[in-house]
Design a protein around this ligand. Structure first.
Ligand code: APR
Length: 342
């Protein structure tokens, strides 16, 4: 996954270069600038003194000293003044110039904070979109692994309405592995409920427990249809769906945020078994309806499990026809789940 959003402290990232959201003096400050200088030690400041500052949108490279990476790339983001002062273009050039500098120094992995989204006041969601769009654009021409390091919860904010909707979807679907019952609290006379083959009778006095009845079986495919599909491998189904959608291979794997090498492996080996993350990423990129997404996962040896909140959130978005990876990640982040592409 060429662009990965991770929740971490950037001073802990063991990649070739980390990017610092600095100010034009390059002489340190608060926020991520302060954290990087503190972790790197005084050698960093001494080298920064020799650079003669940095203009907004530009980038300059130094050593990393006590940090667990090779380089620090210092860039200066725009101060947010309402969005009508070329802030977006300047912020984009921070990412492009930092990545260009990293490329010139042979870096293969780079980690960014959300530049300008702290002290400089750039609205976090917009700052994240500019980051993702700028990095993705750069990676259409260069092979590199780029991390966007999200440090605090306020970087991802989903609406209360969406949060509530997903919470109740999870409530409805989530089956705890040790199969807890849900109390409906209605206190009516007990009733029987069917769980698979066994009938369970409740004691009349107890609160009525509403057992999660198994969903009604979906329309089963005809036998020969099912058999026809069984021998199609994950790789074959992926190629078939790319053709059916009228996409090119590159459009599909870039939208799925999968690197070219992995895609070539899948394409070249009909029996290749990808990770669950990769299979889900392709199902989302192809915007498959739920049944087809389940088919594709099954061909990779996986299922959307109702004892995984991550899977239930993915199912929520597919059921609602929302394939926007950014919005899916916002929801996953809000529910403390690993992110798509992480
Ligand atoms: N790791 C990753 N991200 C971090 C860390 C950290 N250790 N510390 C802070 N951040 C995040 C913040 O949560 C914010 O989302 O970095 C993002 C950028 O915030 P700032 O550090 O405030 O940077 P910026 O908004 O670009 O303002 C730059 O602040 O620190 C001063 O000297 C700096 O004057 C400059 C200004």
């Amino acid at each position: 996954m060429p662009v990965q959003i991770v929740r971490n402290d950037i001073t802990k990232m063991k990649c070739d270069a980390i990017v610092n959201a600095a100010n034009p003096t390059l002489l340190g400050g608060g926020g991520v600038d302060g954290a990087i200088h503190e972790a790197a030690g005084k050698g960093l400041l001494e080298e920064c003194r020799t650079l003669g500052g940095c203009k907004t949108g530009e980038a300059k490279l130094t050593g990393a000293y006590d940090l667990p990476c090779k380089y620090v790339i210092h860039t200066v983001g725009p101060v947010w003044r309402g969005g009508q002062n070329n802030e977006k273009e300047l912020l984009k050039s921070c990412y492009i110039n930092s990545l260009t500098t990293a490329l010139e120094h042979g870096c293969e992995t780079v980690a960014f904070p959300l530049i300008s989204s702290g002290v400089y006041g750039y609205p976090k969601e917009q700052a994240l979109r500019v980051a993702v769009d700028s990095i993705t654009e750069f990676l259409t021409k260069h092979d590199m692994l780029v991390y966007i390091v999200v440090f605090d919860r306020s970087s991802f904010r989903i609406s209360e309405k969406l949060f509530t909707a997903i919470s109740s979807f999870i409530d409805d679907k989530y089956v705890d592995t040790n199969f807890k019952f849900r109390f409906s609290g209605r206190g009516e006379i007990g009733e029987s409920a069917v769980l698979g083959e066994t009938q369970i009778l409740y004691p009349a006095a107890a609160n009525l427990v509403q057992l999660r009845r198994p969903a009604k079986p979906t329309k089963t495919r005809s036998l020969e249809e099912a058999l026809k599909q069984t021998d199609e491998s994950f790789s074959e189904m992926l190629m078939r769906k790319i053709d059916e959608k009228g996409m090119t291979d590159a459009q599909c794997y870039k939208k799925a945020n999968i690197d070219r090498k992995l895609f070539s492996k899948i394409r070249g080996d009909r029996l290749y078994k990808p990770s669950k993350q990769t299979a889900i990423a392709f199902a989302i990129a192809l915007e498959l309806p739920l049944e087809e997404a389940k088919d594709m996962l099954m061909k990779a040896g996986f299922a959307l499990s109702h004892s995984s909140r991550f899977d239930i959130i993915i199912e929520y978005f597919i059921t609602n026809g929302n394939y926007n990876t950014f919005e899916i990640n916002e929801a996953l982040f809000a529910f403390d789940q690993p992110l798509l592409g992480a």
